[in-house]
Design a protein around this ligand. Structure first.
Ligand SMILES: [Zn+2]
Length: 683
């Protein structure tokens, strides 16, 4: 008898097959004497479309909302139905008597496998491969320690509840908004609060009006100091005031009235989880969140030199500690060899800031594997990202950075000045990071030799005009943080505490959400910044308040975690989702607000004459898209990518997927006209 192994995708499946000695390569699977290894292509099965529950749902109309199927149905995804048929036929083989789930070790991976098993009616015993690296040894060990499939049923329940909640809320709210306002609008549990964060910031930017202020710096015998008011602020509201201070101190002596020296210890940062790495990838490499994830996936799967990407832990568990020397040794063939040797020599005892079993649930932080690295084989992007991961890993294992922060207060002609300096004692982990930039009033040469009571001559002064700064727009990096710490946007302090640690979306899905918002023209790029389009801003006004705030989604994410650890029933959650959806749909149906986006001077549509929206979309390309639901005309970089249609008359309900609504309406019109002709002919 043989055991069937189900991986998430072909590349991973073939690797597992190789390690398990399944050398017979067939189309869609590999086989050996003990195992048959096959794979999904991501999801092969999904929740059925609305029309599967009720033919009346085929058409989009307000009257048929809300749609609340009591039991969700599954359907095979049409585009990949051949692979499903193959996997399903392997499951039916008489010589296959056991199944190992080897999809991604996480919530979504569990769902990929269980839905396929359910649709293919698998009834045999189930085991789970749960590994955090794709190295040969990790796979071998994983197969020696297969877990019982039963232990992951709750994780599957949580995954399924997530999918169901997204279907019920998304389908209903999207249809309600689209039908109500006659334009393609969509909303969802995660995308809408994310969009709202960007819209709120844009409102702040609009409301902001800049003011000038002045600063004054003086050179006291080579020491740079900045003017301060009684509260310690460096801002001088009027230019005349700045000039009169300047005149008063010029040529005078200043006296050192205080010198404070404080020892500061900067501990190393924690290791990377996915969100933190996406943030740094954006700030340092200008990668989008999605690009970081894609490149990371290659480092994990193909090169096998980093551990599991989709993690939200920044810690390692105690069982990993013994493997650290081997992981450091693996870096010897890289530019980090010297730094690695230093770290090995140190043999720094690891404390709970990095090793914490309680803070590692599904997977530990992203760190290098024991696989020797051949830098030649990495592309430029892979190298850069790998560089971040290795540096961070070595930083974590390096000593603290210790320095004295020195602050000098100087008085001159009744005015107060401050001078600062940093005196390094042990650079520690910052050796790898490189020193931070010094600000204008810092004195890199140090303030040693200065003592209280010293008299210093004002040699030079400098007045600068500055502008108060508008709140800055989000970059992908700061947006990821905002999504992760969505609690910050919640006013209710007890709720804020209760959802601490759960944000909007999960680390595995945040990049997709940003891409989705770009793809739907709700947001656009402006340099490294993201800002909402007129359509996005208007949409946020239309959606029910509950969907706008991160509160609902954060609460749900917390409950999904509870379902996953078995402390909440998925049935209670499912009932609650349905109840909420009734309220949400009702709110849209009865809303008095109308959809009036300000598309400014975008052209009108050459196909239907309707309103067009112009945005800077993915990869900085200019896109123009018609906003009339029945048209769909689109141009990217001046080339027509989708042909539009003239406006059909009369009908105000839509076809099966909303955006293509018109096709249904059109087909109906044509069919009706053909029928009329036929009837005429018969007569
Ligand atoms: Zn059009």
């Amino acid at each position: 008898m043989k055991t069937m192994v189900l991986a998430e995708k072909p590349s991973v499946g073939r690797e597992i097959a190789r390690v398990l000695g399944c050398f017979r390569r067939e189309h869609g699977y590999s086989e050996g004497s003990r195992y048959v290894v096959t794979w999904a292509l991501g999801h092969l099965v999904e929740l059925a479309q609305p029309a599967e529950y009720n033919p009346a749902y085929k058409r989009w109309s307000l009257a048929s909302l809300p749609m609340l199927p009591s039991e969700m149905k599954l359907q095979v995804i049409p585009q990949t139905k051949e692979q499903f048929a193959l996997v399903s036929s392997l499951m039916q083989r008489d010589d296959v008597n056991e199944l190992v789930i080897a999809t991604d070790a996480g919530r979504e991976g569990e769902l990929v496998a269980r839905w396929i098993m359910e649709k293919a009616a698998w009834s045999g015993p189930v085991k789970r491969l749960w590994i955090s690296s794709q190295t040969d040894s990790a796979i071998t060990e994983g197969f020696e320690n297969l877990r019982d499939g039963e232990a992951y049923v709750n994780l599957f329940r949580a995954a399924e509840s997530r999918a169901e909640a997204d279907w019920i809320v998304g389908m209903n709210v999207t249809r309600a908004l689209t039908c109500k306002h006659d334009t393609s609008l969509s909303a969802g549990r995660v995308q809408t609060p994310t969009l709202a964060i960007l819209v709120d910031r844009e409102d702040e930017v609009d409301a902001f009006s800049g003011k000038y202020y002045w600063t004054l710096r003086a050179d006291f015998d080579g020491i740079r100091g900045g003017w301060r008011d009684g509260e310690g602020s460096a801002r001088i509201p009027e230019e005349e005031q700045a000039q009169s201070i300047d005149q008063e101190i010029t040529g005078k002596q200043g006296r050192v009235v205080s010198l404070e020296r404080n020892e500061k210890i900067d501990t190393p940062p924690l290791a990377y989880d996915l969100t933190e790495l996406q943030r740094d990838g954006n700030v340092r490499l200008e990668f989008s969140a999605k690009k970081t994830l894609d490149v990371l996936q290659v480092l994990y799967e193909r090169h096998k030199i980093v551990t599991y990407p989709r993690t939200d832990s920044r810690y390692i568990s105690s069982d990993i500690v013994a493997t650290l020397p081997a992981r450091i040794m693996a870096l010897m063939g890289t530019p980090y060899a010297e730094a690695s040797k230093e770290v090995l020599k140190l043999n720094k005892p690891l404390d709970s800031r990095f090793v914490n079993d309680r803070k590692v649930t599904d997977h530990h932080a992203i760190i290098p594997t024991e696989q020797r690295v051949n830098m030649e084989k990495l592309s430029k992007d892979e190298r850069s990202l790998y560089d971040l991961i290795v540096k961070r890993f070595l930083e974590v294992l390096s000593p603290d950075c210790i320095y004295d922060s020195v602050k000098l207060t100087i008085e001159a002609a009744g005015h107060r000045f401050e001078a600062k300096s940093i005196e390094m004692k042990q650079i520690g982990w910052k050796q790898l990071a490189g020193a931070d930039d010094l600000d204008d009033e810092d004195n890199s040469s140090g303030l040693s030799g200065i003592k209280e009571g010293d008299l210093l001559l004002v040699r030079n002064t400098e007045i600068k005009r500055e502008l108060t700064r508008a709140p800055s727009r989000y970059t992908e990096a700061t947006l990821l943080s905002a999504m992760e710490h969505a609690g910050r946007f919640i006013d209710d302090s007890s709720l804020k505490r209760s959802i601490a640690g759960s944000g909007i979306g999960t680390s595995a899905t945040r990049a997709d959400i940003i891409e989705k918002l770009l793809g739907k023209y709700y947001i656009e790029r402006e340099g490294r910044y993201l800002k909402p389009t007129a359509k996005g801003r208007e949409l946020v006004k239309m959606v029910p308040g509950e969907l706008r705030s991160p509160e609902l989604t954060a609460r749900w994410e917390k409950r999904l975690a509870a379902i996953s650890d078995g402390s909440e029933s998925f049935r209670a959650f499912s009932e609650d989702i349905r109840r909420r959806t009734v309220e949400l749909v009702d709110e849209i149906k009865t809303s008095k607000i109308s959809f009036q986006p300000d598309y400014k001077d975008a052209k009108s549509c050459p196909a239907c004459g309707g309103q067009m929206i112009e945005v800077t979309g993915k990869e900085g390309k200019k896109a123009v898209a018609c906003q009339s639901l029945s048209c769909g005309y689109e141009e990217v970089d001046g080339k027509v990518t989708r042909q539009g249609r003239p406006k059909p008359q009369g009908r105000k309900d839509f076809g099966e997927d909303g955006s293509k609504a018109d096709t249904a309406t059109f087909a109906d019109l044509i069919k009706a006209s053909q029928e009329r002709k036929q009837r005429k002919r018969k007569k």
